[in-house]
Design a protein around this ligand. Sequence first.
Ligand code: MTE
Length: 318
Amino acid sequence: MLIKIKKASDVRESEVTDHGVYLNRRKFLKTAAFAGAGLAVAPSLVLPPHAQAATKLPGVMKSKYTVDEKLTPLKDVTSYNNFYEFGTGKGDPVKNAHKLKPRPWTVQIDGEVAKPKTVGIDDLINAHLLEERIYRFRCVEAWSMVIPWVGFPLAALLKMVEPTSKGKYVAFETLVDPEQMPGQVYNALDWPYREGLRIDEAMNPLTLMSIGLYGEQLPNQNGAPIRLVVPWKYGYKSIKSIVRITLVEKMPPTTWNLQSAKEYGFYSNVNPDRDHPRWSQRKERRIGEFLKRKTLPFNGYTEEVASLYAGMDLQKFH
Ligand code: MTE
């Protein structure tokens, strides 16, 4: 088994969480009843109003969804990035992302839901239990990393707004603001950056809304203040700096699929048996390692997600 799933009873919060902070957070969540009454904020846990990257995150629990593999050094995770809003080179985001202001920030959640909301980022964060999850992250360009993300399941956020039976897909959008995102003055992509998931993929417990990594708030270049992480899909599905989440009935358009549908399908599941038209996906280079390693189907998360695609032709629905 490639993913180490601990029983809840095996997970010691004390490994990462001050017990008092953890209990306070639990007590708050029990009483806030945020699904019906809107979002309240736990006073003791409110993040500083202009919190920036490198702000330590309080009350983070270890997750049972985590792999036991060597972490990619923080320096590589934060300096070798894809974030076209700051330039198309891997070194551009770390140079240019200081222009992004991750506070104040709101996320609009709307579409086929009973309770649409526009939520301030710190209210959203404080309404959820935060977990650290170490995931493999496989880019379509055949490199990979192992990253300790901090976040909460997308399913928890979706339950808050109560999807209707017509909410069959979830569409995501990144901020558009060329003043903050200088790459948006060029037409490298069609802005806003968009992504989408089928509702059952969105509700899968592995699907994470990340607000931090290595125990601290997300650096801007990694998608501050909130991004998606879908570990069994190629990295481009993990959309950064999200401002809108919309439940929709039909499969939504997605950025890379619009660029080249043959190269980038809607599903984008990591699949060593389906070559990208311009290169093989059989192997990957883990950043920091010299020798390539074999790419695993669903990036090693087969046990958790293969059933979502039972009976589908994964060459056609790539
Ligand atoms: N999200 C936005 N808004 N813009 C982007 O250019 N690039 C994607 C994804 N999310 C991208 C994005 C790609 S191609 C990858 S591989 C990952 O972000 C990279 O995430 P990282 O820089 O944190 O490793």
